[in-house]
Design a binder for this molecule. Structure first.
Ligand code: AMP
Ligand code: ZN
Length: 128
């Protein structure tokens, strides 16, 4: 549905209402631990492990199903950034888990893709 005031479409409406876009634009505070031109990483507000960091693209992409070819490098950067943070936090060699939830049955709550970087404790399999 197009926005009658701005003439722009759904994507802009989604961004306006998106919690992680608000964190990226610093309208909502977060404990930011890494930032570059394309990626932001901040601590999860409700950590499920001793390390629980969220790594997000600055570009609003709602779910993994919305990733396009032009996002290839950006998605690579997300994983690379998660690995760097894991090393900095001293969990790279012990091990860590990267999780991306997609849509309701997976428990996606925020519709702006994010890598959950989880570590610092033993991770169970299968996940819940
Ligand atoms: P998901 O369920 O995969 O969409 O993950 C959303 C994550 O965002 C959850 O782990 C929440 O704890 C986390 N979260 C929600 N609000 C905030 C916030 N304001 N700052 C940091 N993390 C948040
Ligand atoms: Zn967003």
């Amino acid at each position: 549905m197009r926005n009658w005031r701005t003439g722009t479409g759904k994507r802009e409406d989604e961004m306006t209402n998106c919690l992680f876009c608000k964190i990226i634009s610093k309208k909502v505070p977060a404990k930011i631990i890494f930032e570059d031109e394309g990626v932001l990483a901040f601590e999860d507000i409700d950590p499920q492990a001793p390390v629980h960091t969220l790594v997000v693209p600055k570009k609003h992409i709602a779910t993994t199903l919305d990733i396009s070819n032009e996002d290839d490098a950006l998605i690579g950067r997300l994983f690379q950034t998660a690995g760097k943070i894991a090393k900095e936090k001293g969990i790279a060699e012990r091990g860590f888990r990267l999780v991306v939830n997609t849509n309701p049955e997976a428990g996606q709550e925020v519709y702006h893709i994010h890598l959950h970087l989880l570590g610092g404790r033993h991770m169970h399999w299968p996940p819940g």
